[in-house]
Design a protein around this ligand. Structure first.
Ligand SMILES: Cc1cc2nc3c(=O)[nH]c(=O)nc-3n(C[C@H](O)[C@H](O)[C@H](O)COP(=O)(O)O)c2cc1C
Length: 240
């Protein structure tokens, strides 16, 4: 067979046939700059959402970008739950409030003082909420590449999140990731079956302004680490 699928030759030998390939040179300068611009100016958004809806056309482009993420064994373990219902949003918001009050008690010192002043979600203000999940059974019990690390499917769904996040930046759509929930609450609200993991709960909406740096950095919570501190040569702990 062609199209990159395996071919059974004489004596039952299975060899991959050569798939169609495309040129893969560097982007021209403007396109390359646009990619880096999306990466460097992407922000986690909590407060800048505008009320106007996201058109189906734009939302579909974002979802398609997410769906083109890499995935282990091409498992594509994600589903996308698009939430516009005020009722569902207010249940999610209530679940956040419970967890966020618990979280506030976990810090000490200056962080304990600062934490209640941080805005860590935009669930109600964002016109669209989106839950990206991971179906741990997709592709059957043995998935290529996931044979020795079962969590590769979760990582794949995270790749979908990042694809969507960067595409959203290019579309002028802000995205905020909200993770402060008890798992059991979000599962119950969204009716998730046991084999499906809620990987990311995202708030999406048009934005006209974004922070120039991470909001947590602007508020003094934490600074970006210097890249040099994070680089090792050949093995853990060896300076470059
Ligand atoms: C897995 C994950 C979970 C996050 N959960 C939250 C959250 O619950 N609330 C929040 O305000 N931001 C959340 N964020 C956003 C981070 O705070 C943000 O990415 C970080 O401060 C850097 O800012 P930037 O995304 O604007 O560069 C989350 C980000 C990731 C990747």
């Amino acid at each position: 067979m062609d199209g990159g699928r395996v071919t059974v030759k004489d004596k039952g030998t299975v060899v991959p046939s050569i798939p169609t390939i495309a040129p893969a040179g560097a982007f021209d300068e403007a396109d390359r700059d646009a990619v880096y611009r999306a990466i460097y100016t992407r922000r986690d958004v909590r407060s800048q959402f505008r009320p106007e809806p996201i058109s189906d056309e734009v939302l579909n482009r974002l979802l398609m970008a997410a769906h083109h993420a890499p995935s282990v064994g091409f498992m594509q373990p994600w589903n996308f739950i698009v939430i516009r219902s005020d009722g569902v949003k207010s249940q999610v918001r209530a679940a956040f409030d419970v967890a966020n009050n618990e979280a506030a008690e976990m810090f000490s010192g200056e962080e304990r003082v600062l934490y209640p002043h941080l805005k860590l979600q935009g669930i109600s203000e964002a016109p669209v909420n989106l839950c990206i999940t991971c179906d741990r059974t997709r592709g059957g019990p043995v998935v290529l590449g996931r044979t020795h690390n079962r969590d590769m499917d979760i990582y794949s769904s995270v790749c979908a999140v990042q694809n969507l996040w960067l595409a959203a930046r290019a579309e002028g759509i802000g995205v905020g990731w909200v993770s402060i929930f008890r798992d059991v609450d979000i599962r119950a609200i969204l009716g998730l079956p046991d084999h499906v993991v809620p990987v990311a709960y995202l708030c999406l909406g048009h934005v006209t302004e974004l922070y120039e740096e991470p909001e947590l950095q602007a508020s003094g919570w934490r600074q970006r680490l210097p890249l040099e501190q994070l680089l090792f040569r050949d093995r853990w702990g060896e300076a470059m």
